[in-house]
Ligand binder design. Structure first.
Ligand SMILES: [Zn+2]
Length: 470
């Protein structure tokens, strides 16, 4: 009995086979050009400007033009506006906001995000997001007066968002790209909720949120130096699955194949192919151990989302009053950010956004047939705009997709000699010019389609009452 597939029979399902015009899934020079465009100097200039606002605490002054979160948010909006002027008005700037109170927000406070929206040319309802949070803090989470530079947490992520906007706004993409600068993270992930609620209210089909939080430091708390790895955190089982969906997932052993996980794998594959000196470490949890980030609010609304974080964190530099104690320097100052490293992480984001926005949507409604037979048949719903598909499979203990077969003119494929019990399966879609989507996996648990919360949260604009306490 042969262990690995030797053949694939494509069953004709679509009326007219689409023509492939380029080597599918092959080299994309655009992605190399975009990566080369990312500038460490620009990132340094942006982060330096952010730090100069003194504090960007969510509860800080919003009226000053020089200090506090209001000034910082207006500066971000002005940067987006300048980029939009440079691309003939290609960016639409929006500032969705909600008023919150909570454990770390003693009086009702407006939390406002700054978004730049680059509408897709042919598929504008399909949205990919890059996010970072502009707000900062020191040791006391309620201290809105002390200097809180937040150079790494999360001036680094905010700088990556602005640099991605600068590089990508010079090009056009089929799907929409949203550049999101969030507030209120340190007080309870409120800006993440504002973004997620806004996405729902707009009816966006969010395929990915790349949440960049703490992405510029290379000196770890244990003395290690790591400027060649970045961690991408992704959930296993989807946040909103129902008990019935959980049973279906368990019966198929699909806990390793959420859309967020396959988004992380996609980033790793792109990084390996297009970047030098940076490797993605796949982290099989939604965030650091028992911690959170703005991507959790996107997951709670049923959107695929990952957290991007430096490989080696330094806790002396996070959430600390600036001081020297027993010869140890504390505080999130600019010296703690390595801009060549931040540039590499930004490149990873830029090529991922460009690839996602250029490719068709990942297939959905993936079904597998073949129990108690020697072959496996993979079926899916045809994707508008897809010229072809690739059926993927891998060993059940392998972290990455390994084997694949191209399928044209059909929305199903039979893998002869591949036993359904022994492998995990997925499908990607390909555009006519060879851009490939992430791999989607079986059923609801593996689909990139939104999985809304079972009990809908408070409607848009109504302040929640539950503190997050992170
Ligand atoms: Zn942060």
């Amino acid at each position: 009995m042969k262990r690995i597939a030797l053949g694939l029979t494509a069953v004709l399902v679509l009326a007219a086979p689409a023509k492939a015009q380029a080597p599918l899934g092959g080299e994309q020079p655009l992605l190399r050009d975009l990566a080369a465009d990312v500038s460490a100097d620009r990132l340094r200039a942006t982060d330096t400007r952010l730090v100069a606002f003194g504090t960007r605490h969510t509860l800080s002054d919003t009226t000053s033009d020089t200090r506090g979160i209001g000034a910082a948010r207006r500066w971000v909006a002005s940067e987006f506006t300048a980029l939009s002027h440079a691309c003939g008005g290609c960016l639409e700037i929006q500032t969705p906001a909600q008023t919150f109170t909570g454990q770390r927000v003693p009086t009702p406070t407006v939390v406002m995000d700054v978004l730049a929206i680059q509408r897709g040319t042919t598929d504008p309802g399909r949205v990919v997001v890059i996010s970072g949070h502009v707000d900062t803090r020191v040791s006391d989470p309620l201290d809105a007066k002390s200097t809180a530079p937040g150079a790494d947490d999360d001036g680094s992520g905010t700088s990556a968002v602005l640099e991605a906007a600068r590089v990508l706004s010079r090009h056009k993409f089929p799907a929409t790209i949203v550049y999101a600068v969030l507030s209120g993270e340190e007080q309870g992930l409120f800006g993440g909720k504002v973004l997620a609620d806004y996405a729902v209210a707009q009816g966006w089909q969010v395929e990915a949120d790349l949440n960049n939080d703490i992405v510029g430091n290379i000196h770890g708390i244990g003395g290690e130096i790591d400027n060649t790895h970045v961690r991408v955190f992704s959930e296993g089982a989807r946040t909103n699955e129902t008990p019935e969906q959980a049973r279906a997932r368990q019966g198929a052993g699909q806990e390793l194949d959420s859309p967020s996980r396959n988004l992380a794998r996609y980033m790793q594959t792109l990084g390996d192919r297009y970047l030098t000196g940076l490797q993605v470490r796949l982290m099989y949890r939604p965030d650091r151990f028992r911690r959170g980030g703005d991507q959790m609010e996107m997951l709670k609304q049923g959107f695929p989302a990952v957290r991007v974080t430096e490989a080696a964190e330094n806790y002396d530099r996070q959430h600390q009053d600036i001081r020297v104690e027993h010869g140890v320097s504390y505080g999130d100052v600019l010296d703690g950010v390595d801009f060549p490293y931040l540039a590499k992480v930004t490149r990873l984001n830029v090529i991922t956004l460009a690839a996602l926005a250029s490719a068709p949507a990942p297939p959905s409604q993936i079904d597998l047939q073949g129990a108690v037979s020697p072959d496996t048949t993979v079926k899916w719903r045809p994707v508008p705009g897809a010229a072809a598909y690739r059926v993927w499979w891998r060993d059940t203990t392998e972290p990455q997709w390994r084997y694949s077969r191209l399928v044209t003119g059909a929305a199903e494929g039979k893998l002869a000699g591949v036993n359904i019990d022994d492998w995990f399966f997925g499908v990607s879609s390909l555009s006519a010019d060879g851009f490939e989507s992430p791999v989607a996996a079986l059923g609801v648990s593996g689909s990139f389609d939104r999985l809304p919360p079972i009990a809908p949260p408070a409607p848009y604009g109504i302040p929640p009452t539950t503190p997050k306490g992170r």
